[in-house]
Design a protein around this ligand. Sequence first.
Ligand SMILES: CC(=O)N[C@H]1[C@@H](OP(=O)(O)OP(=O)(O)OC[C@H]2O[C@@H](n3ccc(=O)[nH]c3=O)[C@H](O)[C@@H]2O)O[C@H](CO)[C@@H](O)[C@@H]1O
Ligand SMILES: C=C(OP(=O)(O)O)C(=O)O
Length: 421
Amino acid sequence: MDLDKLVIQGGYPFSGSVQVAGAKNAALPVLAASVLGGRRVNLSNVPDVADVHSMLELLHFHGAEKAVLHNGRLSFSTEALSGSETPYDIMRRMRASFLVLAPLVGRFGRARISRPGGCAIGTRPVDFHLQALETLGAKVWLDGGIIEVQAPKGLRGNRITFPSPSVGATHTAMMAAAAASGETEIVNCAREPEIADVAAFLTALGAHIEGAGTHRIRVQGATSWRDVDHTILPDRIEAASYLIAAAMTGGQLEIIGGRLEHLGAALRILEAAGISVFPSDRGLMAERKGILKSVDVTTETFPGFPTDLQAQFMALMCLADGVSTIQERIFDARFMHVPELQRMGADIRQNGSTAIVRGVGQFHGAEVMATDLRASMSLVLAGLVAKGETTIHRVYHLDRGFEDIDGKLRRCGARIERISI
Ligand SMILES: CC(=O)N[C@H]1[C@@H](OP(=O)(O)OP(=O)(O)OC[C@H]2O[C@@H](n3ccc(=O)[nH]c3=O)[C@H](O)[C@@H]2O)O[C@H](CO)[C@@H](O)[C@@H]1O
Ligand SMILES: C=C(OP(=O)(O)O)C(=O)O
């Protein structure tokens, strides 16, 4: 599995429809939050991706009922779960495993956890998460790679002010506040649509939350917990990646489940680049209008242009007319796709956190290495339109977050084959 590779023959007509999965980046914090109540959780639209299976493994390790994902549905109880040390083997696989820390502390008053791994896209500290827990009364000890947090008398509501918006730390703060006594105000928080989805889940579980989706969230801690039914929102990054696939291949694509309001600034930027996007009965329709045009982009927190779409957009800009400047402002090392796209003929000059992309009109097939989740998608997109054959090694990065990527592309006409070694 880890050594699977994808072989793509480029240049075949690409059109049809793609069903967007539930958002990985909402499903993971929702699963982590399920620890809090010790109740039954029924989830729909859960994406069948490796990170979700790792999170289920983590919950089961802690004693949650074993959950089997079928047709996007999951049902399990976390009643029998008990607080204990979270093993490094699971923590190293994905950053989001760190999200179980606040719910474990909230429920059991204590947790030991190792620092998280995940995509190699920068330094990715966890200080905001720990500060949020400390503000609610927890004590934190750092012991090399292990973090211990204790709140034996329970967490207490307070005002948490983040130095800058963080998606993960906002989830941590909301989950801790849901378990805390009294009211918590979270200031300068992230506004991504996934935050509002997690807030809706926590509200259904028993907390009272206002303001999710704005810079200021108010949480009234739960006094009792309930069983929950919740549907995960659609994956906006997957949807936008397929919008870019339509633009690059020139095909018309229906993105079932895609939502305009989740695209934020990406909608305006994709339209400026020459993609026509409009709502359809089932989601979004996308097609290229005329030649692709260069557009400058800076990654920002939502509703700005997402860092999780930067690599895919860079692949698109390689085919555009002119020169585009792409600035990565969220992570300090998220240009791992640059040398791989260069192997396929791209003309990209990187200077620190800025990449200058000169359109080359055409990629050529090559052997390339997937380096992280979204970077890998940029290579797939390039492979779809490249002249000749592209082989992408280390496909497990893609499998972490894109559901059935080869199946979805194949059904739209792509010649893509997965080779298991
Ligand atoms: C599982 C999940 O949802 N992952 C997403 C989440 O990651 P993640 O939650 O890790 O990203 P953050 O929003 O926390 O990171 C934003 C910035 O804040 C910094 N920071 C963050 C936490 C902290 O304690 N200290 C600190 O300095 C980070 O280094 C980064 O520069 O949001 C990112 C930004 O949209 C996305 O790319 C990831 O796909
Ligand atoms: C970087 C990502 O995930 P994670 O935060 O889990 O590493 C991502 O989804 O693009």
